[in-house]
Design a protein around this ligand. Structure first.
Ligand code: C2E
Ligand code: MG
Ligand code: MG
Ligand code: MG
Length: 290
């Protein structure tokens, strides 16, 4: 009896597993075609200078507009793209598209477009050359883009990563550490790598009001950044209270739903006036795109 039940469980288990594998294989083959079918789009989330209330730039965030499933989050397909190696090709498309928009937006004002890079892209020997050739093809100045990398990239004492980052620095392109505080990067690495900006992870920001220890850590991050001459961006700011806390700490830059969700390029251009949520720091929160 028990043996029989066990066998049934196993049958159910393998059925679920094989369904999962089928779904994954389907998604992978669809992902392979998504580039040529032009199903990718970049959304842009503004970065706000808290002193002026102005948008100083935006972060390009990838979306897969699936013909039947609708908009698919990068959290769902980027890990798959990394596993099957597609991230390099998709990443090149992202870089080209972001450069194109950076050129367009810098015709009317300063606007830095941030590009997320996966650690897998650093394994490609042509990463620096790819970025440079996209810049050349689009006429993009190095000041107009920024690269966002994660702490995990700095974990191993990797001479190749250091060399690559130095090449970007030499080319005049700035580097930001994304989701800062969630990885394990050591302070000595932070000083050793050419890093311009720390983006404090949203998990720190959303508990800033309720968790004094976390609030203390955020203060410490500001001190570290000042020592290393790096700027700080607070990610995931959702409430006025969080913003007030950050402005009290002289935080310069912030990003989050309080200001804007990621929007398509057209909406970013139309949105010349942000709602005046930035209490006390700017009366007219106009973007630099006007
Ligand atoms: P990330 O680079 O840390 O981007 C921030 C994520 O937080 C975005 O999610 C954004 O929509 C979300 N977010 C922004 N403000 C708020 C807020 O106030 N509250 C909350 N709850 N969330 C907020 P998204 O667009 O789903 O992207 C998720 C991750 O996917 C990104 O995290 C990034 O690691 C990755 N990603 C996105 N685009 C690309 C890309 O082009 N290339 C690579 N390699 N990774 C990408
Ligand atoms: Mg990012
Ligand atoms: Mg981030
Ligand atoms: Mg994050």
């Amino acid at each position: 009896e028990a043996k029989k039940a066990g066998r049934n469980c196993f049958a159910i288990y393998t059925e679920a597993l094989s369904r999962q594998l089928d779904e994954r294989m389907e998604m992978e083959s669809e992902l392979r075609q998504a580039l040529s079918k032009q199903e990718f789009a970049l959304f842009y989330q503004p970065k706000i200078c808290l002193k002026s209330g102005k948008t100083i730039g935006s972060e390009a965030l990838l979306r897969w507009i699936h013909p039947s499933k609708g908009i698919i989050s990068p959290l769902k397909f980027i890990p798959l793209a990394e596993e099957c190696g597609l991230i390099v090709e998709i990443g090149k498309w992202v870089i080209g598209e972001a450069c194109k928009m950076a050129v367009r937006w810098n015709q009317v004002g300063e606007h830095k477009v941030a590009i997320n890079l996966s650690a897998k892209q650093f394994q490609s020997e042509t990463l620096v050359a790819d970025v440079k050739s996209m810049m050349e093809a689009t006429g993009c100045h190095p000041d107009w883009i920024e690269l966002e990398i994660t702490e995990s990239l700095l974990l191993e004492d990797d001479v190749d990563v250091l060399h690559t980052l130095k090449q970007f620095r030499d080319a005049g392109i700035s580097i930001a550490i994304d989701d800062f505080g969630t990885g394990y990067s050591s302070l000595s690495y932070l000083a050793k790598y050419p890093i311009d900006t720390l983006k404090i992870d949203r998990s720190f920001i959303n508990s800033i009001q309720t968790d004094p220890q976390r609030a203390g850590l955020v203060k410490a991050i500001f001190s570290i950044a000042r020592c290393l001459n790096q700027s700080v961006v607070a990610e995931g700011v959702e409430t006025q209270d969080q913003l007030d806390f950050l402005t009290d700490l002289d935080c310069e830059y912030a990003q989050g739903y309080l200001f804007s969700m990621p929007v398509n390029a057209e909406s970013l251009e139309q949105n010349k006036e942000w709602p005046a949520v930035v209490k006390g720091i700017a009366k007219s929160c106009s973007t630099s795109l006007s």
